[in-house]
Design a protein around this ligand. Sequence first.
Ligand SMILES: [Zn+2]
Ligand SMILES: [Zn+2]
Length: 318
Amino acid sequence: MTDIENPGDAPTQLAAGGQNAVAHALGIIGDEWTLLILRHATAGVRRYSDYMDRLPISNSVLTNRLTRLAELGLLEKVAYQQRPPRFEYRLTKRGRDTWPILLAIWAWEAAWVPQHEEQLPVMRHGRCGQAFQPLLMCAACGKAVEPRDVTGGFGPSGTWERSVPAATTRRRSFAGSSASPGLFPQTMALIGNRWSSALLGAAFLGAHRFKDFEQRLGAPPTMVADRLRTFCDLGVLRPAPGVDRADWLSYHLTAKGRAFFPVVMCTLDWGHRWFKAPEGRALVYRHTECRRIFTPRLSCDQCREPLRGSDVTIEHAA
Ligand SMILES: [Zn+2]
Ligand SMILES: [Zn+2]
């Protein structure tokens, strides 16, 4: 087993015309148990019993997620003992590479979800020794980036149809997952299902009017209305009188909504790095100031140095 080349260390080559990098990334990251397992895995947890000790998870759900993460190349199942055989799950490069997403989610929840049920740990930057928040910046020029500084749209493999995780895949993959842990309810409300993540993507791409969302998503009007209401209730979108007609509302990202941008960018970037469609990228963004392709990097808001996963230490509140 250990001498087979680990699929998690090289990008997956996707089929032409099929689901693109965005669909794959959202299908994996938009699952709360997966995020919790990855978070513990990055902190060094490897064994089944250690996950059982740390997470309020059932045996069937844990088995399902570990198996799936191994199939997807984020974890590698390795025998650490022969008689009797015992296995552990080690992060692959692909799995370890999710740390910016986990960090961005943690930062958004810590800043914008005061009623968070879980006591969030403090993140400390090893290089400067400070408790920090991650800042989104452009890898090409090193400047801090806000959503308005980036323009973009679909690339060669990008259509809405190819960008949403297939419902059938999700049903099969998440067998036995009826109960969600509920530790990140707001993050999951934004990216935990295909229509929500598509609506959020449309908002970041500049959709404001109901019919813009409806057209871009190709979703039933009741679905669009339902998700817009949820996003407004969460304080991520704000309704305003329409431009064409005052009674046709338009929807604008709030500061809380814009602050979720690093989560979206880090998720898309991870997807593009590890799932390659033969046609090319699903989404192409440019940093308007330096005019280069926008690749996200997270930096420390205290010392401004780019962050590396190995520099970040987690301190649980006393
Ligand atoms: Zn730039
Ligand atoms: Zn720092």
